[in-house]
Design a protein around this ligand. Sequence first.
Ligand code: 1PR
Length: 552
Amino acid sequence: MGVYLLDYGAGNVRSLVNAVNKLGYEIKHVESPQDLLKAEKLIFPGVGAFGAAMVRLHTTGYDKALKEYIESGRPFMGICVGMQCLFEGSDESPNVKGLGLIPSTVKKFNPATKSVPHMGWNSAALAQPNSGLAELNHDGDEDTRYYFVHSFAVPASKAIQDWTFSTTTYGDETFVSAVRKGNVFATQFHPEKSGWAGLKVLRSFLSYNPQGNGLANSTQPHADASSIIPKDHLTRRIIACLDVRANDKGDLVVTKGDQYDVRERATEGADVRNLGKPVELARRYFEQGADEITFLNITAFRDIPLHDLPMLEVLKRTSESVFVPLTIGGGIRDLTNPDGTVIPALQVAGEYFRSGADKVSIGSDAVYAAEQYYASGRQLTGQTAIEQIARVYGAQAVVISVDPRRVYVDSPQDAPTHHVIPTKFPGPNGEQYCWYQCTVKGGREGRDLDVYQLVTACEALGAGEVLLNCMDKDGTNSGYDLELVADVKRAVKIPVIASSGAGCVEHFGEVFNQTGVEAALAAGIFHREEVPIEQVKSYLKKEGFDVRGMGT
Ligand code: 1PR
C-alpha cells in the first residue's frame, strides 16, 4: 500500500516515520506534486509556523495537488500545523491563506489566562462517534492523553460542528483537537509523540480500508457538539533527564553529578560515574511512563565538529522505540569545524531535529544572548540562536536550560543590579536574601546576570520553555529549590520545568503545589532506581493531580 508522507522540511518527521514503521507499515516520502497522484494514503505532519508551511505549499505547487488529493476521496491525515493548514487562515500569519477546506480560522491562545504554548498531555473528548478512519479513546478514560504542543488552535464552534471530531479544553478555552469528515482526518496533537495511545490513533488511520466516496462520506456529529465543554485534563509532566558524556574510556555514558561534579569521588582523576547507556535508559523510562525524555550532552561546551556530534546517533536510535517528546541540550550554538568553517546554531539544531529531537535546549548560548539583549537596550536582532531556531521550528522547540547558583546578600541594596529575593534558608553568615547567578559551561563560569534577567530576556527573544536547574540542589535529594522555582514561574508566561534535587515522591507534589510549574524533571532517583516513575505518578494521582497513565 502506498502510504506517503508530505514533509516540508520544518522539523522532526523521523519520529512519525518510526511510529509508522513500528506499526508494520512502510512510508514513502512525497518528492513532487506528481507523487500525490500515486499515494493511496497521505500523512501531512506539520511543525513550525503556519505561514512558513503554507508559503512552502503555495510556492511548490503542493497546495493545488493536496486539494485534488483530498477531493479524490483518498484518506488524508494531518498533524498539528498539518491540521491547521486545512482552515482558511491563522492569526499566526494573517497575510497567508490556508487551504480553505474548513470554514474557520486558527486563533492564538490567550496568554493572559494561562501559559502559552499549550504544551503537554491533554485529553480529547469525542464529538462524533469513532469510525474506521479515525479512532480516539473516549474522554474520561484516565489513561488516554495525547501530546499537544501549540500556541494557536481553532476555537470550537457550531459553524464547524460537522468537521469537529474531538474537542479539548485548555484553561478557559475549548478548541478543536481533531477534525474528521469523509476521508479527511487531522489532529492538533501529535499521535507519534503520544505513547501507546498515539500509536493506536495512527494504526486506525493506517489500517483503514477506504470506501472511496470522499467528503460526502461523513458521520453525524453529536447533536450539540459545540456546547460540550470537556474538562481541562492537561497533566503535570514528569521528565526523566539523562546527562550524557564520554567516560575516560571514551564510551558514551549516562552520568549524574552532585552539584554538577560527576566524578565518583570529588577528586581529580576519579572515574566519571556510569549509570547506564543512554538509549537503553531512555527506553526504560518511556516504558515506565516518562512523559518526556531530556538528554543533556554535558561536555558540549568543548568544540565538537558537526559530523562528530555523538548525540545524533543516540537520538536516531532512541526515536525508533521511544514515542514521547525528546529534548536535546548541550552544544546548541554556532560550532567551528576543524577547518575553521562556522556551522550556525540553526543548522546544528536542524541536525538534531532531523535525528529525532522535538526540542533543543540552549544553556550557555542563552546567557550570552541575554547579555547582548540588555547591552543593546533590549533590541531583538533576529540573529541569536533562540530567535533563529524559534522562527524556523517554532517557539515550542526552543527550551532554555538554566544553571543558576545562589548568591547570599544581607539586603537587596547589596546587589542593586540584580533581582534579589528574601529566603527562608539564610546563608552561611545568616544572610536573609539571595539572588541566583547564571553560569555557563556547565556551571564552570559565573556571569553578572541573574536568573530573572535571563528568563525574561529569553522569553522576549522567543524561547518556548524554561528548564530550570539549580546547582545548589543538583543531586542532593533534598527537594527542589521552591523559592527559585516559584520566582521564575511568576516571571514568565512560558511553561517552566522544575529540576534539581528530587529525592522522593513528596518533592514532586510540593513543587507542583507551591509553584504551579507545568513539569518536574529528575535524574538521580530514576537512574539509581530509588523512586520509579510509576511511583511518582501514583502518588501525584492520589494527591489529586492529573497525570498521564501508561496509555493503551
Ligand atoms: O551550555 O548549551 O552547552 O548546555 C550544557 C547543558 O549541560 C546544560 O543544560 C547544563 O545544564 C548541562 N550540564 C553541564 N554540566 C553539567 C553537569 O552536571 N556537570 N548537567 C550539566 C546539568 C543538571 C540537570 C540534572 C538535574 C536533576 N545537570 O539536568 O539532571 O539537576 O538532577 P537530580 O534529579 O539528580 O537532582 P550548553
